[in-house]
Design a protein around this ligand. Structure first.
Ligand code: WT7
Length: 650
């Protein structure tokens, strides 16, 4: 494993939380953090039982943790309902009339749903789902734009024990079809379309294409009218959301569910061609989302909190919907792109709603830097008190810009490291306590036993790179890969004995701060989105012209990594510019726009070892424009190297 550990060693700037911030924060000093962290590690049952008491339970648990490695059950014997925790329990006091969701559509519409109103909509929609004969344990695909109805659909499923699987609106029909088949979904909740950068994403059309052939397990499609464009309605299968809502009333008691009841499945890329269905269950997941909102965002009743992630990603699950609503907070949702109608949209939203907490991605921050300071400078951002980032390592330049230009130098930044699999933040500063330095996610959150180890599982000394592992279970951890326990065990718990291996490399410095280096498996991080190289490769070879393909990442100023594809074509096929364009389009329609290759490079052959393994390290170096270094003695055919440089795009 080779990782670059130099970047952090030059970074010496330390930013301590302002006294004023610390004084008001739930955790106001490192001493307090350390004491609570120590308790969470030494007496986890006591720690988690106390935090879990913040939630509303129908039946209290008998045992905090049952651990049969690598299978965990948390709060065994307990029963609760997430939608009750996110809604009903806030209706008793003044939060009843507080904004739960503030929403803005890309074209500019504004809607606010109070807790009372959101509760009513969720109950009604849960009744719609019941009327459609959906039953506890059924899987439901949600393929929606960023509109309140996406959250309503999720909460309605949770209310009656349906397991949802949200598919990001940027994924293609093929991706929807694969996910439906993998989880055996019986229904799809979608919209006619959604707005993105002024144009309409044809969501319903994609669902139609995914269901074509009629062999799908899906019996029902519920369609929300968002854009009003013409769509196909399949009689006997498709129903309109607004029509169905006319038949139901607003009484729908939440169903008490077992702590380990499957709440959702979320598909994410791994090192094989097939995305994995990450399974999260009820109580532990909710507690993870809740407790991190409480301590990492230090969420308050007065906050206007904005996480810019789409609900199609885990960040949208934990930090747009479940975490903030469980806290009784106000969560802002914006439907569209940051540059629609102009580059100032985010800053205008912050000014208009007096947003206090902004949680976004480094890739977005780098785009903002490129667009120029004049955009944020036009708006009043003085309401902001806390900033957060997630999705990839943040480069110090982006961190400093976020700190000074957006945060006005006064807002702490929480650089939160976590994953779809972890459910919630794992390594992160606490804003009132942790001194931060650009580029480090700092310390483990409560209950997280993180370490940097070598291939044998031994902790490496400070400032030496290794694998980032978690050495004990935590409440919001994934429980399995849907339908594939063996793969769960193999993927996450076999690489380093007894540990959860996250796929990331890291370095821990002398102060105990974690510096995440990035993925060390065959997974790319493109604009904060995870993309398996094997997934793109399998899309490429499904094209009739392609014989073989190898996909690697190239460092990219904006996206973090760009997708570079080395392709050999079948005999008799000409490697033309047109073919390169067709292949880009092919991958885009197989996976979705997030996977669009940046570069297609035709090669006569791919560099392989004598045993036939593609030498990705070489390809990475070539893609990055470096001269090939290091050991090439195992390379089967040296002449290949010289031939790999050219790209028809250049
Ligand atoms: C991967 C997880 C967690 C929600 C968004 C992505 C990278 C995430 C950070 C960070 C460095 C980060 C890791 C991780 N990552 N946050 N603060 N610093 N790297 O979720 O799609 O499951 O991707 O994103 O490589 O493994 P995901």
């Amino acid at each position: 494993m080779s990782i670059n550990i130099e970047s952090h060693q030059n970074e010496k700037r330390i930013f301590k939380p302002a006294k004023e911030f610390s004084r008001k924060a739930r955790i106001g000093s490192m001493a307090q953090y350390q004491a609570m962290y120590d308790e969470s590690i030494q007496r986890p049952d006591k720690f988690w039982a106390r935090e879990a008491a913040d939630l509303t339970w129908n039946t209290k648990w008998l045992k905090v943790l049952e651990w049969n490695p690598p299978f965990a059950r948390w709060f065994v014997g307990g029963k609760l309902n997430i939608s009750e925790n996110c809604l009903d329990r806030h209706l008793q006091g003044p939060r009843r009339n507080k904004a739960a969701i503030i929403w803005e559509g890309e074209p500019g519409e504004k809607r606010t749903l109070t807790y009372q109103q959101l509760h009513r909509e969720v109950c009604r929609f849960a009744n719609v789902l019941k009327r459609q004969k959906l039953r506890k344990g059924d899987r439901v695909i949600i393929y929606m734009p960023m509109i309140p109805e996406a959250a309503i659909a999720m909460l309605a499923c949770a209310r009656i024990g349906l397991t949802h699987s949200v598919v990001f609106g940027g994924f293609s029909a093929d991706s929807i079809r694969d996910r439906i088949a993998d989880c055996g979904a019986v229904a799809v909740i979608t919209a006619d379309g959604g707005y993105r950068r002024g144009s309409i994403v044809p969501l319903k059309k994609n669902v139609d294409d995914a269901l074509q052939g009629g062999t799908s397990t899906v019996k029902r499609v519920v369609v929300f009218r968002r854009t009003g464009q013409d769509i196909h309605i399949e009689e006997g299968r498709d129903v309109w959301w607004h029509r169905e809502m006319e038949y139901v009333d607003a009484q729908c008691p939440p169903v008490p569910l077992d702590s380990e009841h499957p709440l959702f499945i979320l598909y994410t890329s791994g090192s094989t061609g097939k995305p994995k269905g990450i399974l999260h269950t009820t109580a532990g997941y909710l507690l993870g989302a809740y407790i991190t909102c409480k301590y990492v965002f230090d969420l308050r009743d007065e906050d206007v909190y904005w996480c810019t992630a789409d609900v199609g990603w885990v960040t949208g699950h934990s930090y747009v919907v479940y975490g903030p609503l469980a806290m009784g907070a106000t969560t802002l949702m914006y439907e569209g792109a940051p540059n629609s109608p102009d580059n100032g949209r985010f800053w205008k939203i912050i000014e208009d709603y007096a947003v206090t907490i902004l949680y976004t991605a480094p890739t977005a921050i780098r785009a903002f830097i490129k667009w120029g300071d004049e955009w944020p400078k036009k708006y009043d951002l003085s309401s902001l008190r806390l900033l957060g980032t997630v999705g990839e390592p943040i480069n110090p330049e982006a961190w400093m810009w976020f700190h000074t230009v957006i945060g006005g130098g006064r807002c702490p930044i929480v650089d939160t490291w976590w994953q779809t699999e972890t459910g919630g933040h794992m390594i992160t500063p606490l804003p009132g306590a942790t001194p931060t330095t650009p580029g480090t996610a700092t310390r483990p959150f409560f209950g997280v036993d993180a370490a940097v180890v070598d291939d044998d599982g031994n902790e490496v000394p400070p400032n030496v790179g290794g694998k980032l592992v978690i050495r004990r279970p935590w409440p919001s951890m994934l429980r399995s890969i849907w339908g594939d326990k063996a793969r769960y065990k193999k993927t996450y718990w076999s690489e380093v004995a007894g540990c959860y291996f996250a796929g990331d490399g890291a370095v821990r410095d002398k102060q105990g701060n974690f510096w995440i280096i990035g993925r060390i498996d065959d997974v790319l991080n493109v604009a904060g989105h995870r993309l398996g190289t094997a997934e793109v490769e399998s899309a490429l070879v499904s094209h009739e012209a392609v014989a073989e393909a190898a996909v690697v990442g190239r460092p990219d100023e904006l996206k973090g990594q760009a997708v570079v594809c080395f392709v050999t074509v079948k005999q008799g096929v000409a490697a033309t510019k047109e073919l390169a364009a067709a292949l880009k389009k092919h991958v885009r329609s197989a996976i979705g726009p997030v996977a669009t290759p940046d570069d297609i490079r035709f090669a006569e052959a791919l560099p392989k070892t004598r045993s036939g393994k593609i030498m990705r390290r070489l390809l990475k170096e070539i893609a990055g424009g470096q001269t090939v270094t290091g050991d090439t003695t195992t390379l089967e055919d040296f002449s290949i190297l010289a031939k790999l440089g050219a790209s028809p795009d250049e």
